[in-house]
Ligand binder design. Structure first.
Ligand code: SAH
Ligand code: SF4
Length: 431
């Protein structure tokens, strides 16, 4: 059975459409494909993926109906708030959030000043409640394929930086497409991220060929290949790419320019803005815990992410990695990351917030904690284990040993235990 929920198209307004999932409505980008009101389709991350024949859709919906409402009940019972545990000033800020008012800088600081574990648990509960209110129990799960660890850059934090002496790999185009095909046909993924270092061996034409072939499999394609020209991204859009995962890494210009030698903060932000104008769904964010980081930097990171208007927040802790200039830096704590997750959610109710692998690397429970502190999305790594081990952007990455099917099984179990439904995602599970 397919573990994605088909949506019914109920309205069309130019390039956009409104779809319905068991009474919950969402806006999606329709793409150029021909669709009519009443059609069933799969959508992912707010973008149309493909049409589904009525009979097939109705069969899937029939199997899903009861499970969906069961999951919803679990999610709603888990997203209750225990207000008795917080101080007056924190409660005032949280109440403001509850009344859908936006927060001022000082109020964001108040949230960050919370240290008492009981108070923090309320912060996470409120963030989880806000997540539930805006997204219901919908959860996005994307697959990611890391296809080359060659990189032209020397980012100080990164374990695959050019100057680090490590074994390198590059997949062939056929290998990339074969992994994507298995992800779509066998596991039912509806959105795939194709990621690499800045490896210009894959020139524009090569990327176009890969995107075209992967899109033809019937999945939404995100690219995460770093700084390429505007023309390249325009051509990739024409080839069928609809999403870009590119973090701005740090809102502190000086920090960015120091840690990413030879690259520029302004060029990266300008490119992210261009990409959004081109119509791309953007996933962006920052690394938490870079050297010299202040509370203002952390808050500015959250504010800049929102300002860039992404569909998805992607931020995670710095994992100091041997053989990089940041090997002796201090790693943030799980609590630091959860606080940022919760505050980001309170500051932007509508965004999708990803739990990143870097957080999972810190502790086994962290992914669940992140999902209970405001996050609503996750990624499953589909890179075969040999290449995954070499794609060592940081040390001891979580799940390097996992087979794809067990990683999917774990994700599905986690989602089920939290009452989350993959409303517009696709991961397959045999029943
Ligand atoms: N080359 C592309 C995509 C691959 S790197 C790019 O740079 O955009 C993907 C992400 O890994 C980076 O955006 C960075 O935020 C993260 N990363 C790299 N090294 C890291 C480390 N040591 N700890 C935490 N995140 C790291
Ligand atoms: Fe290359 Fe990206 Fe790593 Fe920087 S972060 S060294 S661009 S892979």
């Amino acid at each position: 059975m397919c573990y994605a929920i088909p949506a019914k198209l109920v309205e069309i307004d130019g390039r956009y459409g409104i779809v319905d999932y068991f009474g919950e409505r969402r806006k999606i980008l329709l793409d150029e494909d021909e669709v009519a009101i009443g059609d069933y389709l799969f959508a992912q991350g707010g973008v149309f993926v493909k049409k589904i024949p009525d009979e097939e859709a109705e069969e899937i919906l029939d199997t899903w109906k009861d499970i969906f409402f069961e999951l919803k009940k679990v999610d709603q019972s888990l997203s209750k708030i225990d207000k008795d545990k917080v101080s007056e000033n924190v409660l005032a800020v949280l109440q403001k959030v509850n009344h859908r008012k936006s927060l001022k800088l000082e109020e964001l600081k108040t949230l960050f000043s919370m240290k008492d574990p009981k108070e923090l648990s309320v912060l996470y509960e409120v963030a989880n409640h806000v997540r539930e209110r805006s997204h219901g129990n919908a959860c996005c799960v994307h697959g990611i394929i890391e296809f080359s660890n060659y990189c032209n850059n020397n980012c100080h934090y990164c374990g695959i930086r050019k100057d680090r002496d490590i074994p390198r790999f590059r997949m062939s185009e056929d290998e990339i497409v074969a992994i994507a095909k298995e992800a779509v046909d066998v596991h039912g993924f509806k959105a795939l991220v194709l990621q690499s270092g800045e490896d210009f061996h894959f020139d524009t034409d090569a990327l176009i060929r890969i995107v075209t072939r992967v899109r033809a499999l019937g999945t939404l394609v995100f690219v995460s290949v770093g700084m390429r020209s505007r023309e390249t991204y325009e051509k990739l859009w024409k080839a069928g790419a609809r999403g870009v995962l590119m973090r701005f890494e740090s809102s502190n210009e000086e920090c960015f320019n120091t840690l990413r030698p030879g690259t520029s903060f302004r060029a990266r932000i300008a490119l992210l803005e261009e990409l959004r104008k081109m119509g791309y769904v953007i996933a962006t964010g920052f690394i938490l815990g870079l050297p010299g980081e202040t509370l203002d930097d952390v808050i500015n990171n959250i504010l800049l992410t929102k300002q860039l208007g992404p569909d998805m927040y992607s931020f995670g802790p710095l994992i100091p990695t041997k053989g990089t200039p940041l090997e002796n830096e201090k790693m943030p704590t799980v609590e630091d990351v959860l606080k940022v997750t919760a505050v980001a959610r309170l500051n932007d109710a509508n965004a999708n917030i990803l739990v990143t692998t870097a957080l999972e690397t810190m502790s086994k429970e962290a992914r669940k904690e992140g999902m209970m502190a405001g996050a609503n999305s996750m990624m499953i790594n589909l890179t075969p284990s040999g290449c995954k081990a070499m794609y060592s952007i940081y040390d001891d990455r979580a799940g390097v040993e996992d087979e794809v099917s067990s990683a999917i099984g774990e994700a599905v179990d986690l989602l089920t235990s939290l009452g989350r439904a993959p409303t517009d995602i696709g991961i397959a599970r045999g029943v």
